[in-house]
Design a protein around this ligand. Structure first.
Ligand code: ADP
Ligand code: MG
Length: 259
């Protein structure tokens, strides 16, 4: 049964460890995310935020612990009492539940906006072209870019490109969306339109984990703020509490930069 039906967490990370050679980047992350919840992860550069998101999406394999999404262990399964890696096909199916938006939008430059959006549903997941196009048009409407369907990425502003990247991630109908500093590469005047799109998605009940330095977005849109430092979650709670009255010295010193 899906997590949405049972009320269980949609994401359940336990004691997640990840090293690159001798560098231990994640040192035991525990995090639950409820269906429909918007969690903002804050933390200094190098604290492991991107690595954690990449582990949830199985772009990186974890060394120890577990990550479940919608009740399924990501990348692995238990068989005969042992943990074994899933087939690439099974991992593709799991990834279908997870959309990810990166700092660099990474749109295919030689494809139109519409082609970018239907690429994964048609090319990877075998959806019919007609259905994918219909859905893409709905998504373009949702991100306010219906008029740009036949344009190429280079003809769009950075903010518009990132909104297309959001529509592209939504095209696989994910139950979970991961955002890794989606506005960090944008000119300041373009940040607002992308955050507004994300706020809309949050209001519509999408489960989101958002890594960002946009404290205003965290305050308004997050159900919970998680502060990471040195590969650990050092503090978490309601935005007003964590942002307004941080308990941990590392959180305080991090937030003092934004005042
Ligand atoms: P954040 O997103 O919080 O800035 P990252 O997860 O990107 O942090 O990185 C955490 C640490 O892991 C950094 O020291 C970074 O250099 C290192 N790191 C990240 N990815 C790799 C990789 N593929 N190989 C080696 N080191 C990496
Ligand atoms: Mg990062």
């Amino acid at each position: 049964m899906s997590a949405i039906a049972t009320g269980a967490p949609l994401v359940r990370a336990r004691n997640v460890h990840k090293s690159f050679d001798h560098l231990e980047v994640l040192k035991g992350i525990d995090l639950d995310v409820a269906p429909g919840e918007v969690v903002v992860i804050l933390g200094p550069s190098g604290s492991g935020k991107s690595t954690f998101l990449r582990c949830i999406n199985h772009l990186e394999a974890i060394d120890r612990g577990s990550i479940e999404v919608d009740g399924e262990q990501i990348g692995y399964r238990f068989r005969k009492g042992r943990l074994e890696r899933l087939s690439n096909h099974a991992i593709t199916l799991q990834r279908r539940k997870i959309g990810m938006v990166f700092q660099q939008f990474n749109l295919y430059p030689h494809m139109t906006v519409l082609q970018n959006i239907i690429e994964a549903p048609v090319g990877i997941h075998g959806e019919s072209r007609a259905k994918a196009i219909e859905n893409a048009r709905v998504l373009l409407e949702r991100v306010g870019l219906s008029a740009k369907a036949d344009n190429y990425p280079r003809q769009l502003s950075g903010g518009q490109q990132q909104r297309v990247a959001i529509a592209r991630a939504l095209a696989i109908k994910p139950t979970l969306m991961l955002f890794d500093e989606p506005t960090s590469a944008l000119d300041p005047e373009l940040v607002g339109e992308v955050l507004a799109t994300m706020r809309d998605l949050a209001k519509q009940g999408l489960t989101m984990i958002v890594v960002t330095h946009e404290i205003g977005f965290a305050r308004e849109a997050a159900d919970r703020v998680v502060f990471m430092d040195g590969g650990k979650v050092v503090e978490q709670g309601k935005p007003d509490d964590v942002l307004g009255n941080p308990q941990h010295p590392r959180t305080r010193s991090f937030l003092s930069r934004f005042i």
